[in-house]
Ligand binder design. Structure first.
Ligand SMILES: [Zn+2]
Length: 130
């Protein structure tokens, strides 16, 4: 767990550094990769309007993937798996997505397309809304 948090904090601080460089916000306060550094980074990134400015930056879009992949890692740790099957429809027309625990994605049984849990629920919601 400690090792995992260390990695998470490292990744978070890398993003903060890149975001600061782009926004011309100056260096972040130096310090250990501790819980304090972590919450500072989260606090800084989510400060009013800042995250939006960061997210329009193309090479920082990775932040979203970073956050989602960490969410997946942490959810797996607490054993929170999504449902094994989703009614979402694949772009090939099939409704045969099955959750692949190892990949952390829904995989279409017909064409092997990978779709994130988030994308799968977005597709379901979209259909329901129609
Ligand atoms: Zn498919």
């Amino acid at each position: 767990m400690g090792e995992l948090l260390e990695k998470l904090t490292g990744g978070l601080l890398d993003f903060e550094d890149r975001a600061r460089a782009w926004l011309g916000a100056g260096e972040r306060l130096p310090g250990a990769r501790s819980a304090v550094a972590r919450s500072r980074a989260v606090g800084w990134l989510t400060e009013s309007g800042r995250l939006e400015s960061v997210l329009v930056r193309e090479d920082l879009v990775g932040l979203v993937e970073f956050a989602l992949s960490w969410r997946t890692v942490l959810e797996r740790m607490v054993g929170d798996e999504p449902p094994a099957w989703t009614p979402a429809r694949c772009s090939c027309g099939e409704r045969r997505f099955h959750w692949d625990v190892k990949a952390g994605f829904y995989v279409c049984a017909a064409c092997a397309t990978h779709v994130s849990e988030r994308e799968a629920s977005a597709r379901v919601e979209q259909e329901v809304a129609r």
